[in-house]
Ligand binder design. Structure first.
Ligand SMILES: [Zn+2]
Ligand SMILES: [Zn+2]
Length: 130
């Protein structure tokens, strides 16, 4: 029997951890302003996993905001270091989104699509996996 890949994401200080089993359903790069402000970076990248494939450990605080799409997004971040590690998009209630940067793994699958290109910083060039 082939063993499923387990990838681990964590916050900056390491107390909040997310283990994800198998391949992400989709990886999306988002140029929207909310992702810019959430990450402190010019864009955010999210990996979506089925809820059953995700195990969360550690404590987290919540931040609920409406997405540009109008659907709410419930973000979870470490109360110690402030890193947002995962969130629950109400548009895809069966999914957990995990911040790809939190895996700190250059081998992590590349995004298949980019959204909110209208807010892309002009110097940002991304290579999609398609
Ligand atoms: Zn932390
Ligand atoms: Zn975004």
């Amino acid at each position: 029997m082939k063993r499923m890949t387990i990838r681990k994401a964590r916050c900056s200080c390491g107390q909040l951890r997310v283990a994800c089993r198998g391949e992400p359903a989709i990886v999306v790069l988002c140029h929207c302003r909310a992702c810019q402000m959430r990450t402190g970076s010019p864009y955010g990248v999210a990996a979506f996993f089925a809820r059953g494939a995700v195990v969360i450990s550690g404590t987290y605080s919540d931040y609920d905001r409406p997405a540009d799409s109008g659907f709410r997004v419930l973000h979870h971040f470490c109360p110690v270091c402030g890193s947002t590690v995962f969130w629950e998009p109400s548009r895809r209630p069966e999914m957990i989104a995990v911040a790809v940067g939190a895996f700190a793994d250059p081998e992590f699958p590349a995004p298949q699509k980019a959204v909110f290109e209208q807010h892309r910083h002009p110097w940002v060039a991304v290579q999609l996996d398609r």
